[in-house]
Ligand binder design. Structure first.
Ligand code: 13P
Ligand code: SF4
Length: 367
């Protein structure tokens, strides 16, 4: 077997899990959880499937899960039901004895893949030539550990959608400008909310390695990395207009990973936690169209039977990478942990962790 084939095979779900019934798998997960007790900790992101989230010890958005992972210093195994950048963050925030496992290594994030460290360094060199030492880098947590380390080394911070406003505000106390990566939409929506006009925002294209801006570059306050979430980009202004035409009473609430145009057209915009809180506290019989990931929208429909909830886009699909974590992969991860055979461990090296920690700490202070 070639080395690459071996590596691929070691990440692949063993055949035995494909022939088990749902009930058999659920019973086995329950048994292992009981058997392992506090040695095992399962955080689950709100975008995970029901078949997985039912076994999460805690659920939350990216910020809450980072906080909860950091707070748990006892569990030997942290089986992270989310995507790769979240598991990396958990590994950096936990101690060296704790092992973070991602049940399926293919659970990446297409947005995080839109920025790599070489592109980031090239961008930085070019921006320093144009603007000198006037920029602080800010990265959404939806980015690799290497980018978080780069941001930490350059005096910046990581953000989540829950605290982007506070951190961007803080960033402007540090320097005149910010580089926001990798989500142009969260960056634009956040800066606009803070009063920065769109014509003071430029776009950095990591493919052509160029700054896109028309006008006098000294007016630029925000440089937005040209990245996006392939799930949230599927909500359009046409979806908002259709909902308004069909039912003017239905309120529209969207995640700030949606485009600026969609956020402006909606009634409310905010993080995953904000959306959940807003819907759960809303009046009975209230009507909502939600612009965010479909597993969460379905759960909100189920958990709020007294409200009339739909997806803003009726043709939305769940996030495909979040959906990679399913019951067979969860069971595989748990059985492996129980037997002390670690599969799919996410490890961030010491140097990267140390550099990224200062960026992560800023995020955890500004909550
Ligand atoms: P939050 O959990 O920060 O709202 O982020 C949404 C998301 O897209 C996670 O990948
Ligand atoms: Fe990445 Fe978007 Fe999926 Fe979140 S919803 S994991 S940002 S692709």
């Amino acid at each position: 077997m070639q080395v690459l084939d071996f590596l691929k095979a070691s990440h692949q779900l063993p055949e035995k899990y494909k022939s088990l019934t749902k009930v058999e798998m659920e019973n086995e997960v329950k048994r292992i959880k009981e058997q392992m007790g506090d040695r095992l900790f399962i955080p689950g992101h709100h975008y995970q499937k029901d078949e997985v989230i039912q076994f999460a010890d805690v659920t939350g958005d990216s910020l809450q899960l980072a906080q909860l992972a950091q707070a748990n210093t006892k569990a030997e195994y942290i089986v992270f039901c989310g995507v790769h950048f979240m598991a990396e963050t958990a590994d950096m925030l936990t101690n060296q004895k704790q092992k973070v496992i991602l049940p399926d290594m293919r659970a990446g994030c297409s947005m995080a893949d839109m920025a790599n460290i070489d592109q980031t360094e090239n961008c930085w060199t070019s921006l320093q030539q144009t603007f000198g030492d006037t920029i602080v880098p800010i990265t959404y947590v939806n980015s690799t550990a290497a980018i978080k380390a780069f941001v930490g080394k350059n005096g910046g911070a990581t953000v989540t959608s829950s605290n982007a406003t506070k951190i961007v505000e803080w960033a402007f106390t540090q320097k005149e400008r910010i580089l926001f990566l990798p989500d142009q939409h969260l960056g634009r929506n956040t800066a606009y909310d803070l009063g920065i006009p769109l014509d003071a925002m430029a776009i950095w294209n990591p493919i052509s390695n160029q700054l896109k801006y028309e006008g006098d570059v000294t007016q630029i306050r925000v440089i937005l990395w040209k990245g996006h979430c392939s799930v949230h980009e599927n909500f359009s202004v046409a979806n908002v207009e259709n909902n308004r035409e069909t039912d003017a009473e239905r309120k529209i609430i969207v995640h700030p990973e949606c485009s600026w145009e969609v956020v402006q057209a909606a009634d409310y915009a905010g993080s995953t936690k904000y959306i959940i809180d807003k819907i759960s506290k809303s009046a009975p019989q209230s009507k909502w169209a939600i612009g965010t990931e479909m597993n969460l929208v379905k759960r909100l429909i189920k958990d709020n039977p007294d409200k009339d909830i739909t997806s803003l886009n009726p043709f939305m699909c769940p996030c495909l990478t979040m959906n990679r974590i399913d019951l067979p992969h969860l069971l595989w991860a748990l059985e492996s942990a129980e037997q002390g055979v670690i599969t799919n461990q996410v490890i961030v090296d010491h140097e990267t962790t140390e550099a990224a920690k200062s960026a992560l700490e800023q995020m955890l202070i500004h909550t």
